[in-house]
Ligand binder design. Sequence first.
Ligand code: ATP
Ligand code: MG
Length: 418
Amino acid sequence: MIIKPKGTYDIVDKEAIKMQRINHLIDYFCEFYNYDYIRTPIFEASELFHRSVGESSDIVTKETYDFKDRGERDLTLRPEGTAGVVRSFIENKMYGSNLPRKFYYNGPMYRYERPGNGRNREFTQFGVEILGSNDPAIDAEIISMPYRLFEELGFKDLTVKINNLGDKKDRAKYRDALVEYLTPHIKELCSDCQKRFTTNPLRILDCKVDGDSVVLKNAPSILDYQSEDSNNRFKKVLEYLNYLDIDYEVDKTLVRGLDYYDYTVFEIVSDLSILKGSSTIAAGGRYNNLVESLGGPSTPCMGFACGLERIGLAMDEFEEIKKRPLDCYIMYINEEEKLKAIMLAQDLRISGVSVDYDTTGKSLKSQFKEADRKNAQLLIILNSEDLQKGLINVKDNLTKEEKKIDENEIIDYIVSNG
Ligand code: ATP
Ligand code: MG
């Protein structure tokens, strides 16, 4: 037997119902927020991720699926969605007019990680990218949109953790101060952080091992190293969030694991115990320099991404996940009735009624049981005698009331009663 690769999973039955429900809500929300759907390739040139996500990021140093194709090209299965959207924005010269462009994507991502609760090697991210506006109202929208969507799915007690990384200059000043502060404490940090100290000291603040240590708790705050403009910008974002009634917490240690962020960064965290170890369900931030660093014109942008599997895990806490009831089940015994069943099923299905019928030779008694199992609301019980008189037997499976309906009116009857 061949089994699925480590860190992947099959989405079927209850998991499939949850995913369909989330996907449906995503499409619905994005229509009202006026985001356009975008789909970019699942593999891209490896260089794209090295240059955007960052050479020293965890993703690029240890998590990417890299391969050479038969033409010796260096390719990578996408570990995240922003790089592809930005590449497409530049390659298709979308920066010329109609800004900002507001996009959403929803698809598989790949990271070579240790699989665990809410952590897989193939997983699904829904994300939004708004390219071409530096308005703090965009920051507030990018944070409030997933927050409201999660609430709609059933999440309560969500917290937004938010921080301001400022621009490159602010970060350089802070980096120097942090390095000076950490220098006498290097030995107290984990081995990963000792490496980060030279490659990317800010990322030490984000460390899952050292995160709660006294050394990091007493570290200087990035918020004290902001220019006045950056400070005012952040105040405006928080003011908009207040007006939108979003519950946030300023977290001066939040830096995020990707290299391209500046100004606002945030995470939406759930306190459900089922999400232990993977409580961040969405994360994002502003990336005003990425378009330019990938060869496009300077374009301020902001986005977020969220993991659908983590949302799926949480949904089990909100309600019992069940398949939608079937509107109608058609029963028959002989070949003449079966032919009618097949034709009726097609007509009803294209009229918007969900319909099924037996194809395994079940007795009438077993067909009744099957209808109950499928939670069918209406039963059409065909019999040749009635059919010859142009009549069709319909039974309401809840009230058990039966009626004979004229064959010519059966579609209308089922549509309005189903
Ligand atoms: P973490 O700190 O949990 O590793 P991250 O910072 O690597 O998360 P991002 O790159 O910001 O995560 O991705 C955004 C969201 O995508 C996460 O908040 C999470 O919901 C989801 N996600 C990231 N990696 C995985 C994974 N391996 N499996 C499932 N979901 C994931
Ligand atoms: Mg990660």
